[in-house]
Design a protein around this ligand. Sequence first.
Ligand code: ZN
Length: 348
Amino acid sequence: MGMPTVNAYATPALRAPFERTAIERREVGPRDVRIAIAYAGICHSDIHTAREEWGSIEYPLVPGHEIAGVVEAVGAEVTKFSVGDRVGVGCMVDSCGECPRCLAGNEQHCRKAVFTYNSRGKDGIITQGGYSTHIVVTEGFVVRIPDALSLDVAAPLLCAGITMYSPLKHWKAGPGSRVAVAGIGGLGHMALKFAHALGCEVTALTRTDAKAEDARRLGADHSVATADGTAFKQLRGSFDLILNTMSEVSDINAYLGLLDVDGTMVNVGLPEREVSVDLTTLVIARRSLAGSNIGGIAETQEMLDFAATHSLGADIELIGADQIDAAWNRVVAGDVRYRFVIDAATFA
Ligand code: ZN
């Protein structure tokens, strides 16, 4: 018996438009969960990957690692989920499960981590992501979406949400923390929401004032335009934590100067070019420059539960599968408020 095929949207070659296709999903194994996908978010990393900006890939590519849906079948040994459960899948679908990183709940740093698409699974097959009607995932990499969250606004939490929640928790942001969020896009808007819900004093740093009103609505106490440079003088030494969501930072040293003593700037974007850091800026105030990449599975569940408690989902623009190419161009242009989500019914 062949493997079941499901409908999906793939880009068949470099910079080729999306087209409907059929892909194989594995049979439901003893520990597997088969998910009927309801919504798939569009992440900028889908685009970087498909356009080979992070290295060459195999085509056709079915991207998508912000998946929300409903359990359709479970294997005989599955204990965490039942048919009908509302669930999500993020950037990873497997890891070794044995290394110190996995045992510490940092599966995202496992050297054998299997990512949701464009990654070789334990079966040797290249994974295909959430721009499709169904996915089969081992239960350990499936998380529960609480009833209080709609599946459409929950989908982007699986990547954008955890990407911002994890550093806020790791660097112990809470009541009284002075947190700045640089760049108010798909990631930044989630950072504002989570930082606000955690009780921080939140400042949005944007190039212009165009998003100032949005920033306040999303949870910022203050919104500051950075384009003319005066903010870097006025706000020098003002923050405990800066979450930088921009992949290109024109002057990272100016941002580092905004940190107070013991402050940390955390980068979550992947810049295409190297940046030059003035170490003196770090030394004179015991500042830190750090990075963070998504989060582990347990932390992703914690993030979803926290989001549900605070009625906190992504701000989304819902589209159909025939709009993916246009949506991607708008993501690259920074023209989305704040996350595209694809209605998976349109993949069928
Ligand atoms: Zn992502």
